[in-house]
Design a protein around this ligand. Structure first.
Ligand SMILES: C[S@@+](CC[C@H](N)C(=O)[O-])C[C@H]1O[C@@H](n2cnc3c(N)ncnc32)[C@H](O)[C@@H]1O
Length: 250
């Protein structure tokens, strides 16, 4: 079951539990008792469905906050506006399970050190606002860069940020629908969820000897050939795999 579906099922289970207890007379009367029971029931259901642990506080807070927000008497348009802004920024994160967060400057500098000394090419898969490519383009004017980003908000920000940078190609596309064959380095800062699929595509398409670099997230069953420890506050690790020849054992 996808995390979004689990969340929906957990919320519904919480309401069923709360109404069943209320009807049986076990619960003291009052709307907040019902709400608190629903929240506890939803969190328990999420735990039973093995949702990631950070879903539990979300389930505990969701209905109480939704009910409390009604007391603010905000016009419904504000909720719609907030939803549209979040959709613009995060788009299909509920499906890809890759939210937006950005590589910092020390990471960009360390990544520049992994590019070949000769003029080279690099692809950022899930390129966010293009801030990483902007820094790299300044550090390596001899190189060619391409960024693919799916969410419209970050893509638009990147379009503006990279305007006039002719060495950076900026595309709105799904990273899995783009060819990866033409690059010396493919960079991923995603989440644990797509990493197995990223590896499959990398070994199927990337040139032997080119580098797949992942910020933070490993690939199940594949130790990196190189690890770069970045001297930043979040102790970023760049994990790099040298792509083997097509028919070598993986
Ligand atoms: C953690 S951010 C990394 C941004 C940038 N690469 C950086 O390091 O600063 C991941 C980005 O990948 C995008 N993304 C997630 N799944 C994607 C997909 N299937 N195709 C293209 N972009 C995707 C998200 O919208 C998000 O902006």
């Amino acid at each position: 079951m996808s995390p979004a579906l689990k969340a929906l099922v957990a919320q519904i289970a919480g309401w069923i539990a709360a109404f069943a207890l209320a009807r049986s007379g076990v619960l003291p009367a009052g709307p907040w008792t019902l709400v608190a029971t629903q929240a506890l029931g939803a969190a328990a259901a999420a735990a039973a469905l093995r949702s990631a642990h950070w879903w539990l506080p979300i389930h505990l807070a969701f209905t109480p906050l939704a009910i409390a927000a009604r007391t603010l008497n905000l016009a419904p348009g504000w909720y719609l506006a907030a939803f549209c802004i979040l959709l613009f920024i995060y788009w299909t994160s509920f499906r890809t399970q890759v939210p937006l967060y950005l590589s910092n400057r020390p990471t960009a500098d360390a990544l520049a050190g992994l590019l070949p000394e000769r003029p080279a090419s690099m692809l950022d898969i899930g390129a966010g606002t293009g801030s990483l490519l902007r820094r790299l383009a300044a550090l390596r004017p001899d190189c060619r860069f391409r960024g693919v980003e799916l969410a419209p908000g970050p893509w638009l920000a990147g379009r503006l940020l990279l305007a006039g940078r002719t060495q950076v190609e900026w595309r709105r596309a799904d990273l899995f629908s783009e060819p990866w064959a033409d690059y010396d380095l493919v960079y991923a800062f995603l989440s644990p969820v797509p990493m197995a699929a990223v590896w499959q595509k990398a070994v199927a398409e990337m040139r032997a000897g080119s580098l797949l670099v992942s910020n933070t997230f490993g690939i199940p069953g594949h130790e990196p050939d190189l690890v770069v420890e970045v001297a930043d506050r979040r102790a970023t690790r760049l994990l790099a795999w040298r792509i083997p020849p097509r028919h070598a054992p993986k």
